[in-house]
Design a protein around this ligand. Structure first.
Ligand SMILES: [Zn+2]
Length: 427
């Protein structure tokens, strides 16, 4: 398919090109109706409002959203233990659900027909998937909602899906080759595994395979990894972000300058302590309201950190965008009394194109924290001494904590998904 076709167009032209004011009016009306509905039908939501002394009539527009208490996953899980299986948030008995999904920790979720939820279909379209594609979906189809939801989203777009599921790389490569698969859905690390295996089989990734577009999710997608995947396969790789309970909360278009908010969802960036929205551009917690009539999640706090971009995007979509996911609230590590977040160390690494991977290792020496930034270079020709000095200064500037720097050759960091490793032992 011509790349121009993948760059252009909208899943829902009317909604995706609304002016900011019209979008606010649209979402505001949707919210008021939904709060009334959820209060009437979802006991979990009603009790949360009653406890705060808030009536549905107190919510008159988007600006009143902050009055509604946040739902955290821990609260949801605790409520589900008391009131099986859904914690009272559901609006109908379990037998009315089309499916019941189960997440780790035995967390239950009733699902309506996914065709009623359009956010992932919008995301797949946004990343460039089109009718005529054959897309191999390598997410896990067991228990979890994600693979099924994406599968049904492909159907909404009139795209052929191959429900491959996770694992079995050799079989997956043979399927891709035999069916001339043009699209990939899965984690970036699995796509890299497929590349390495296919190369080991002696295949030419661009001639023997026909991949043109990839939609990655469920993991961070560092720019260095994206570039390598795009180069190896000769394909475009874009990403989407969301949670099990809320659905899609953001996706990249061709221009990959942030994650567009889907139309079916209300996303806020808030101060995790107060639950109040932060100024645009400021980092805060991602909070989402999903308009799901069977399992309403109103102000679900994701624990993920991001910030909002309000400027227009060249693709023509007028939605605001999440800058990127900067990490998790609970992933911060305290070093010499200062919290270090993976999003901060990511930002440092992003300033140095010569770094392919990195890992921050925290140890103790003579009762003092030692933070070592281990940087793996893309190739051996880099001036290591110069890089070390520049990195040390960047660490001090960004983290306000002094760090050691160790520059290592390609292939030295095996488990680099864990950005910060804490090796401190406390007696
Ligand atoms: Zn865009």
């Amino acid at each position: 398919m011509d790349l121009e076709q993948r760059k252009q167009g909208f899943f829902d032209t009317k909604l995706e090109t609304l002016s900011p004011q019209k979008r606010e009016d649209h979402l505001s009306k949707k919210l008021l109706d939904f709060v009334q509905y959820a209060y009437k039908h979802s006991r979990g939501f009603k009790e949360a409002l009653d406890k705060k002394g808030i009536a549905p009539a107190d919510i008159r527009g988007l600006h009143d959203l902050e009055k509604i208490p946040l739902i955290r996953k821990d609260d949801l899980v605790a409520r589900q233990k008391e009131e099986v299986p859904f914690g009272g948030f559901e609006t109908a008995p379990p037998s009315k659900a089309r499916r019941i999904y189960i997440s780790p920790g035995l967390v239950f979720q009733p699902a309506i027909g996914e065709h009623e939820i359009k956010s992932w279909a919008e995301a797949l379209y946004g990343c460039g998937m089109r009718t005529g594609d054959i897309v191999q979906n390598t997410f896990n189809y067991h228990l979890w909602p994600f693979a099924f939801t994406l599968d049904e989203s492909l159907q909404q777009l009139g795209i052929t899906g191959v429900p491959a599921g996770i694992g079995n790389a050799l079989m997956q490569i043979k399927v891709m080759q035999t069916l001339a698969v043009t699209g990939f859905i899965g984690t970036p690390s699995f796509l890299m595994t497929l590349a390495e295996r296919a190369e080991a089989m002696g295949l030419d990734l661009q001639k023997d395979l026909k991949l043109e577009v990839g939609f990655c999710s469920a993991e961070m997608l560092p720019e260095g990894l994206r570039e390598r995947l795009e180069e190896k396969f000769g394909m475009i790789v874009r990403q989407g972000y969301g949670t099990v309970f809320t659905g899609c909360l953001g996706y990249e278009c061709y221009y990959k300058n942030g994650l567009h908010l889907p139309q079916d969802i209300l996303v806020e960036i808030v101060d995790p302590q107060t639950g109040k929205p932060v100024e645009p551009g400021t980092t805060g917690e991602v909070v989402a309201t999903n308009f799901n009539p069977l399992f309403p999640m109103i102000r679900f706090a994701t624990g993920d950190l991001s910030s909002l971009i309000q400027e227009a995007c060249p693709c023509g979509r007028t939605s605001y965008r999440l800058k990127k996911i900067l990490g998790r609230l609970d992933q911060a590590t305290k070093v010499k009394g200062t919290f270090i977040h993976p999003w901060q160390t990511d930002e440092i690494a992003a300033q140095f194109p010569e770094i392919f991977k990195y890992q921050v290792v925290v140890t103790r020496k003579n009762h003092t924290d030692v933070m070592t930034f281990v940087a793996e270079v893309k190739d051996e020709t880099v001036d290591k001494k110069l890089l070390k000095g520049r990195l040390e200064r960047a660490i001090k500037d960004m983290l306000t904590v002094k760090g050691e720097v160790e520059v290592v050759p390609p292939g030295s960091i095996p488990d680099w998904h864990q950005k910060i490793v804490d090796h401190r032992e406390w007696e």
